[in-house]
Design a protein around this ligand. Structure first.
Ligand code: AMP
Length: 212
């Protein structure tokens, strides 16, 4: 099964994707992390990510295709987090999957108010070693500023008020349109993301069972 998880910044996409991919044994494609790794080698991409902008649509599509062709050439059992974010990116990807006899089976939209998302982003910390995500209140690390793997916890460079505003604008202008488009196609599950992590996770698993 191929699943896409979408949502506003701070909706919990990363947290849910990690546990769902583990539970359902899916290949976890996290385009945010791919972009941050890419940014380490490319100044132009670094500026884009830090400013909260999106990597140009076509460029991102090609980058992800190359990555998947190497990692998951059969196009099976992938969990896409934060990708596709545009209707055209979705169509392009479905074609890539179709050529492998696959498709995007279901899309999950994590719905949350902008106010709550912004609150979460200010409390989010990630491990600079393994990438694990914490929230200082709802999902605190075992030790202050330290991940359970021993890595250092940092704030993402795009979790600052100016970049957050830009990221929300991209979400409203692009991803929301994709979500409405998928809703019309009957591929969408809308999940209330303003609940505890385990409650959202159980809800998603129950609802995914109807698609498999
Ligand atoms: P995220 O971790 O999902 O919030 O993504 C962090 C950043 O990675 C975004 O602000 C973009 O710069 C980049 N990025 C992630 N997914 C995409 C995508 N599908 N298209 C273009 N840029 C992306």
């Amino acid at each position: 099964m191929n699943i896409v998880i979408l949502g506003a910044p701070g909706s919990g996409k990363g947290t849910q994707s990690e546990i769902i991919a583990k539970k359902l044994k899916l290949f976890y494609l996290q385009t945010g992390k791919l972009s941050r790794d890419w940014a380490k080698k490319d100044e132009r991409i670094k500026k884009i990510v830090e400013n909260g902008e999106l990597v140009p649509e076509k460029e991102m599509t090609e980058y992800v295709k190359k990555y998947l062709e190497e990692k998951v050439p059969d196009g099976k059992n992938i969990l896409f987090e934060g990708f596709p974010r545009f209707i055209s990116q979705y169509k392009d990807y479905n074609e890539w999957l179709k050529s492998r006899g696959q498709q995007i089976d279901v899309v999950i939209s994590l719905d949350i108010t902008e106010e709550e998302a912004i609150r979460r982003l200010s409390l989010r910390r990630i491990c600079d070693k393994c990438g694990e995500i914490y929230n200082l209140i709802t999902n605190p690390p075992p030790k202050q500023n330290m991940c359970r793997c021993g890595g250092r916890l940092i704030q993402r460079s795009d979790d600052n008020p100016k970049s957050i505003k830009v990221r929300f604008k991209y979400y409203h202008d692009n991803t929301k349109k994709l979500i409405d488009y998928l809703d019309e196609k009957g591929k969408l599950i809308r999940v209330d993301a303003d609940r505890p992590i385990d409650v959202i996770f159980d809800d998603i698993l129950n609802r995914l069972a109807k698609f498999s």
